[in-house]
Design a binder for this molecule. Structure first.
Ligand SMILES: [Zn+2]
Length: 285
């Protein structure tokens, strides 16, 4: 794999961590705003279908309105927007009204920084590391959105799928394009089939369509051969967490758990620990 051998590994790992912090800051915005943007759009569509006049609303997207404190709506200044550091020197409170800021923001920034630093250290500075860092970042965003809202936005799952096919075609993932293509097709198909059978037998819906699309995306990134392990691993993780939550009384009978985070976690684990199996399978089998 051709990597640009600029500077030394410590330098580019640190640079990657800093980029990751900034990307993490944006991921916090994305995770909060994307589901609300989707809801606004559904509302607008419902108004249109029902022939109602559209509700007049202030523009709402990833950039408008500017970031502000949810408690006092004071816009954040540039010095309030520095990843992790702002949180530390404001001691976790709004600089204006002192309302507490959730710990999740700096944690997500640190998590994305860790993903980027890990990818730089593992794959060296180059397109391959950038591709896998993007993969890990989108998986984290999808997991958080699924936990918050039980949604896996198409924008992210479909974007991840196409990015996986393109990265494969460019040789950035080490997966042959044909295996990537079949991975996407079979990833969607397998869960669709499981869902159809489950629905036929129980009359209930066990998984959402977003889960099919996410597994299709993972198939595109990791190749079709990773799929059995992905399904097994994510189901095991999901069952373990569900049992734990039932035991701790955190889960009511019949309450649904988002499945996206387990798929995402399995995908990340496979990307890191299974390249010998997944990427070189043409030589193994
Ligand atoms: Zn405030």
């Amino acid at each position: 794999m051709d990597t640009l051998m600029l500077g030394n590994p410590v330098l580019w790992t640190s640079v990657a961590a800093l980029i990751g912090l900034t990307v993490g800051s944006f991921i916090n915005v994305l995770v909060w705003r994307l589901p609300r943007m989707m809801k606004n759009e559904w509302e607008a569509q419902a108004h249109m279908v029902l022939g109602h006049p559209p509700a007049v609303k202030d523009p709402y997207n990833l950039f408008t309105p500017a970031s502000h404190c949810p408690a006092c709506t004071t816009p954040l200044r540039l010095r309030d927007l520095i990843p992790v550091l702002s949180f530390a020197w404001l001691k976790g409170r709004c600089g204006h009204c002192r309302a507490p800021i959730t710990w999740r923001y700096p944690l997500v920034e640190l998590a994305v920084a860790a993903v980027w630093a890990f990818c730089a250290a593992r794959w060296g500075m180059g397109w391959e590391a950038l591709a896998w860092a993007g993969f890990g970042t989108v998986l984290l965003a999808l997991s958080l959105i699924d936990i918050d809202t039980m949604l896996l936005p198409d924008t992210l799952t479909q974007g991840l799928l196409w990015a996986g096919l393109v990265a494969s075609a460019l040789g950035w993932t080490g997966v042959h394009l044909v295996d990537s293509l079949w991975g996407a097709v079979a990833g969607y198909g397998v869960l669709w089939l499981v869902q159809a059978l489950f629905g036929l037998i129980t009359g209930k819906q066990g998984m959402g369509e977003g889960d099919f699309k996410l597994l299709a995306a993972l198939g595109a990134w990791l190749g079709w051969l990773a799929l059995p392990m992905l399904v097994l691993l994510s189901s095991l993780l999901g069952v373990c967490v569900a049992i734990f939550m039932r035991w701790r009384g955190l889960l009511k009978p019949g309450q649904a758990l988002p499945f996206g985070p387990y798929l995402a976690m399995s995908g990340a684990l496979m990307a890191v620990y299974a390249p010998m199996l997944v990427f070189n399978h043409r030589y193994v089998f």
